[in-house]
Write a protein that binds this ligand. Structure first.
Ligand SMILES: Nc1nc2c(ncn2[C@@H]2O[C@H](COP(=O)(O)OP(=O)(O)OP(=O)(O)O)[C@@H](O)[C@H]2O)c(=O)[nH]1
Ligand SMILES: [Mg+2]
Length: 228
């Protein structure tokens, strides 16, 4: 099996080295949007000594969803069987990657909101926002998944081949929801495994009001139109 971890980066210079070390012996594709802090230069330097590292460099900040669309295309074009989606900020536990790959499902979600799942380091309002956004999305979409906004997932190539991921429009958390929704609608098997999510220690969050509203409207839109 050929597996690849796809990681969008924007101003994550201080996280790259420990992230690469912790992920270990697996291909990693970074999608960097010309981060002003020089993230791409750090990756390029490591890449000289590590042939498992790949990078797509884009000219400007185009959003998380757009970065994943480029990463998925690369993975399919280069014959990978599984894509692991992951943030660069060490919030997701790299040691859980083997388990993500092991679970018998088409789409495995690393979940903060099932038994055994945890969030460490978030203030109450951040937890509240995320928890209720997930209850809202789950209720409206009638999906059996508790962490729809989660960004630590493993997807089989068949899922990406089947859903029109390049046609997905959203960018922030909404992209995570939209992707899971279409995989589920197409009849693929989704499963959750518990993870511990840790607040980033280095760098800044890119969460914005716009991202939250995008997710709010997407859920309404999908639940009303019930596409596919
Ligand atoms: N290429 C690219 N990556 C992005 C963009 N926006 C965010 N990212 C990356 O997407 C991942 C998730 O973004 P975060 O800033 O951690 O957002 P978050 O997880 O909602 O917020 P915090 O964990 O609280 O910081 C990180 O690896 C970011 O560097 C973007 O426009 N382009
Ligand atoms: Mg983060």
């Amino acid at each position: 099996m050929k597996n690849i971890v796809v990681i969008p980066t924007y101003n994550e210079k201080r996280n790259i080295l420990s992230l690469v070390k912790k992920i270990g012996d697996i291909d990693i594709l970074f999608i960097d949007d010309n981060s002003p802090d020089g993230t791409a230069d750090v990756i390029e330097k490591l890449k000289m000594k590590n042939e498992k590292l790949k990078i797509i460099k884009r000219e400007r900040k185009m959003g998380l969803g757009s970065a994943y669309r480029a990463g998925f295309k690369y993975a399919l074009d280069n014959g990978y069987d599984n894509v692991i989606m992951m943030d660069a900020d060490l919030s997701h536990p790299p040691e859980k990657i083997p388990e993500l790959l092991d679970v018998d499902a088409d789409f495995v979600v690393g979940s903060r909101y099932i038994k055994g799942g945890k969030i460490v380091g978030w203030p109450w309002y951040r937890y509240f926002l995320s928890k209720y956004a997930n209850i809202y999305a789950k209720t409206f979409l009638k999906m059996p998944i508790n962490d729809l906004t989660g960004g630590f997932n493993r997807i089989k190539k068949e899922v990406l081949e089947e859903i029109d991921f390049e046609g997905l429009k959203s960018d922030g958390y909404a992209f995570q929801i939209e992707l899971k929704y279409y995989a589920w609608k197409k009849g693929f098997k989704l499963r959750e495994i518990p993870i511990t999510f840790k607040e980033r220690e280095k760098g800044k969050s890119k969460l914005s009001k716009k991202i939250v509203w995008e997710a709010f409207w997407l859920v309404l839109d999908l639940s009303v139109r019930c596409k596919v």
